[in-house]
Design a protein around this ligand. Sequence first.
Ligand code: AMP
Length: 490
Amino acid sequence: MKRRDAHTACGKTRRPRCSIPASSLFHDIHEECGVFGAFDHPEASNLTYLGLYALQHRGQEGAGICSSDGKQLFIEKSMGLVADIFTEKRLKRLPGYLAIGHNRYSTAGSSVLKNVQPIVANFALGSLALAHNGNLVNAAELRAELEDEGAIFQSTSDSEVVVHLIAHAKGDDPYDRIIQALNRVSGAYSLLILREKELIAVRDPHGVRPLCLGKVDGAYVVASETCALDLINAEYVRDVEPGEMLIINEKGLRSVRVFSNGRRAHCVFEFIYFSRPDSSIFGYRNVNEVRKEFGRQLARELPVDADIVIPVPDSGVPAAIGFSEESGIHFDFGLIRNHYVGRTFIEPKQSIRHFGVKIKLNPVKKLLEGKRVVVVDDSIVRGTTSKKIVKMIREVGGAREVHVRISSPPTIAPCFYGIDTPTRQELIAFSHMVEEIKKYITADTLAYLSLEGLKKIVPDSGDFCTACFDNDYPIGFPGEHFEQMEMLFR
Ligand code: AMP
């Protein structure tokens, strides 16, 4: 396929500026995460464990919980899945009435225990633990500066920069020190801080990642998504507002507006792919509903003559339902997913056709044989999944035609605010026209949701970050080169 210098779906190619010391290029600042916290509950650690369990989709590499009994902090963290890490014995080692927890995902190279959060540190005003969802875009510069001043970092995670900045801040007021620290960082953060007797929740001024407040048995809980509240029977109270700091302690709940209202930039990809469909985010809008609307809009924009609509499970399910409802084309599960696939599996010596994808997904031949099939997924990143799926639907499932419909616009730019995307060069839609991608994935037709269509569906679309689709980054980068920024995030 022909490569192009210009991408296909966006006019602007804004190149943020960046000059970052080479020594900092190895720092891992590439994370997708989930956070949960509870205050004033006798089972704070158990609730946090359950909250993290519900947020497992936000990060599967490692998890940790830090609790407090009002006098000291207790921490347990490991690589792996929440349910495997937190045995009853381990949860018993987390006493107290307040706790925070964190699920972490990172790229393979940096999957090490030292990067698993919460990060616990002692500073002039006592102990604190910190759990962070999102990415800071100026972490490498700040880290280099702090290292120059003699700071010794324990991890390669960007979140540790915040801890050091709090420690370096001046004064006796802990909240003011946190504010001083946050005034220096730029990027996305939904942040939980635990001190001996209080829980502090802060959201960046743009509100990039979700964060909500709930209540259960009179106790406050804070979570990345409402699905974590549902599991513990907590009622949703409200979102933590962009730029807001919530201080929850024995005096109750206090809200401090840390940053004045700037441009909101909620991550639209949370609606498209990342959040769980049963969650309601960004002003309590249900993710499943929005995804179904994307599917409806897609069917309106690009109708197709077909016999059956099938989703790529699980990511394409709500949009495929919406597509079917709007188009009147029958919906069914034409691909069945094996939910128990681990990261690695032993492939037999004798090669099996389509093995890589068949281990996860199997077509239902009875449904697909001889049919004109519309297959709906939420996004194409590198194009490898779609290519394999289309081939399998045709060759194994026996479909007569395969029409691919994607419920988001072409992904043309990487995310620097906390979604795991590869560099532009690896994003197929950065360098290829839709027609070329269609040929590459061997589909009969391929269509993406338009950016205008997406913005029609998302409420107050001006409040959203759509950088991965239009290259318009709402939070600027330090320095000179976009390419350096990409290197940092790989
Ligand atoms: P690809 O094969 O690289 O085109 O990947 C496309 C598939 O990856 C789609 O089925 C998406 O649902 C899924 N996907 C999109 N974004 C992400 C992400 N940030 N992390 C993991 N999977 C993703």
